[in-house]
Write a protein that binds this ligand. Structure first.
Ligand SMILES: *[C@@H]1O[C@H](CO)[C@@H](O)[C@H](O)[C@H]1NC(C)=O
Ligand SMILES: *[C@@H]1O[C@H](CO)[C@@H](O)[C@H](O)[C@H]1NC(C)=O
Ligand SMILES: *[C@@H]1O[C@H](CO)[C@@H](O)[C@H](O)[C@H]1NC(C)=O
Ligand SMILES: *[C@@H]1O[C@H](CO)[C@@H](O)[C@H](O)[C@H]1NC(C)=O
Ligand SMILES: *[C@@H]1O[C@H](CO)[C@@H](O)[C@H](O)[C@H]1NC(C)=O
Ligand SMILES: *[C@@H]1O[C@H](CO)[C@@H](O)[C@H](O)[C@H]1NC(C)=O
Length: 437
């Protein structure tokens, strides 16, 4: 049941929640995790360890807001408004047959890339680590030339350890008909200093152009919680194969706003990446979760006195989605506090606002049942300028048709240190230093 409640101040909401939180907050003692980095011990002949995989900011990052919105809706099975599809097609120059004319201007970039090694000897490719999918797929020497373009690919024939899995295929398809599919191999995978023999690697034969618009991405690295990979017959996911190699069955994401200094850490929680003397606040995933889906209590807009609370809000933490998608009511609450904000219906209702000197967006806060409040600073809430209209900006928070669940993409995840605890079936968030930009 949705309620807008008026509270005298944020502190009283907090103190209510804090009572409950005493039971649920779990503090990770610094001393236990400090030594984990190079600590390896052997169990069943597997050295368990933890590694850090650096994130690089995509050097050609030039986001297109409407394209990012369309991708997020499509990925999560929501209808993509016809106006949005049409305007993207028009930007691309599809209308009138001039195929690829403006493809460059609607590149829907991934902001972060990580280097992962494939095969023997290792071939290094840039992949997008994606907590919202389960497959590890790459462009390869099997990929149709016009699909792969000029990007580096996994050269299967140059790997002495690649073995094809006979009669097995993979396919990822979206509601709008776009898809990617191909063959399955087992080969060695290297994540920082962890070498994973016999990992399930999916080689793309084809992928729709809407999935290949970012030439800096050579593949996708899925890290979803319980979702089986999209393979027939079913193959073990890379995440499940990785867990026995880790000191602790978890990984963490520390995305940095407009910077390359972020990282994923596998196998430990790194206390140097969140605020000193603060806790990691854990929330159990929803029942039978297939994604990193967890409940949250409500949202609040900086400078206002209202919290919007709901008994049934849940959200999926997705590093592979740029934006935050939430219900109409939550999103409207936010933009009602942004001067001049309005939806642009020619691009499917994207929330935009005029950008003038000195304009500051309000912070956006998310409250959890355990008492934690995550604050996404106003400057993170600004996604990008609108194509064709530099006087308007597009927000990183956008609405969709679902009332009680949402997607917490990079806009949210940049504001916290996020723990994806596979073994514990929970996510944890902590405050971190956010820097000046
Ligand atoms: C919350 O969701 C569950 C499962 O969908 C449903 O049974 C329950 O009635 C909902 N509760 C409220 C208060 O909406
Ligand atoms: C693959 O399928 C073909 C045709 O159905 C069959 O002859 C062959 O034995 C299968 N191979 C494996 C390894 O299952
Ligand atoms: C590789 O993994 C597959 C699937 O888990 C398994 O059936 C096979 O025995 C493994 N091969 C080796 C050499 O470990
Ligand atoms: C979770 O799965 C169990 C076993 O399959 C089932 O009994 C239960 O109803 C499921 N719970 C929800 C909330 O779907
Ligand atoms: C929003 O981001 C764009 C692109 O980075 C920038 O040009 C603009 O000044 C920002 N606007 C606000 C209100 O911060
Ligand atoms: C809507 O967005 C398009 C694409 O950026 C732009 O050309 C148009 O001027 C915008 N319309 C309004 C009313 O802001």
């Amino acid at each position: 049941m949705a309620t807008i409640i008026r509270l005298p101040s944020l502190t009283s909401f907090l103190s209510l929640l804090l009572l409950a939180s005493l039971v649920h907050a779990i503090r990770i003692p610094n001393t236990n995790t400090n030594t984990a980095n190079h600590d390896t011990h052997t169990e069943k002949n597997i050295a368990r360890r933890s590694v850090t995989l650096d994130l690089q900011r995509n050097p050609h990052y030039a986001p297109n807001g409407p394209a990012a919105y369309a991708r997020a809706l499509k990925k999560w099975g929501a209808d993509v408004p016809q106006e949005l599809t049409n305007s993207l097609a028009a930007m691309r120059g599809d209308v009138g047959g001039e195929g690829e004319v403006r493809a460059e201007t609607i590149r829907d970039d991934r902001e972060y890339l990580s280097r992962v090694g494939f095969g023997t000897p290792l071939q290094w490719l840039n992949v997008d680590l994606d907590t919202g999918s389960s497959d590890v797929w790459v462009y390869s020497s099997e990929t149709r030339k016009w699909v792969a373009g000029d990007r580096p690919v996994w050269k299967i024939e140059e790997s002495s350890t690649a073995e094809k899995v006979e009669n097995a295929t993979w396919m990822i398809s979206y509601g709008d008909g776009s898809s990617a599919w191909g063959n399955i191999y087992r080969d060695t995978l290297s994540i920082a200093s962890i070498t994973l023999p016999n990992a399930t690697l999916e080689s793309a034969i084809s992928a729709s152009t809407s999935l290949t618009s970012d030439p800096d991405i050579d593949g996708l690295f899925g890290l979803a919680y319980g979702l089986p990979s999209q393979t027939t017959p079913q193959q073990p996911s890379v995440l499940s194969a990785l867990l026995p190699h880790l000191s602790l069955p978890l990984f963490t994401a520390d995305l940095h706003h407009h910077a390359s200094s972020g990282a994923y850490t596998f196998g430990r929680v790194d206390p140097s990446r969140y605020k000193r003397d603060t806790a990691i606040w854990y929330t159990p995933l929803v029942d039978n979760a297939t994604f990193w889906e967890f409940p949250y209590r409500g949202v609040h807009v900086g400078g206002q006195d209202k919290w919007y609370l709901h008994d049934n809000f849940s959200a999926i933490a997705d590093t592979g989605t740029t934006l935050m998608l939430l219900s109409r009511a939550q999103v409207r609450l936010y933009y009602s506090a942004v001067p001049g904000a309005r939806q642009n219906w020619t691009v499917g209702g994207v929330w935009t606002y005029p950008w003038g000197d000195g304009m500051l967006l309000p912070d956006f806060e998310v409250g959890f049942r355990n008492g934690f409040v995550a604050t996404v600073p106003g400057r993170f809430m600004n996604y990008t300028v609108m194509p064709d209209d530099a006087s308007m900006c597009m927000g990183g928070l956008q609405e969709w048709g679902y009332d009680d669940w949402g997607i917490f993409g990079d806009i949210f995840l940049k504001a916290v240190y996020a723990v994806f605890d596979v073994g514990g079936g929970r996510v944890g968030f902590a405050e971190k230093e956010l820097g000046e930009d």
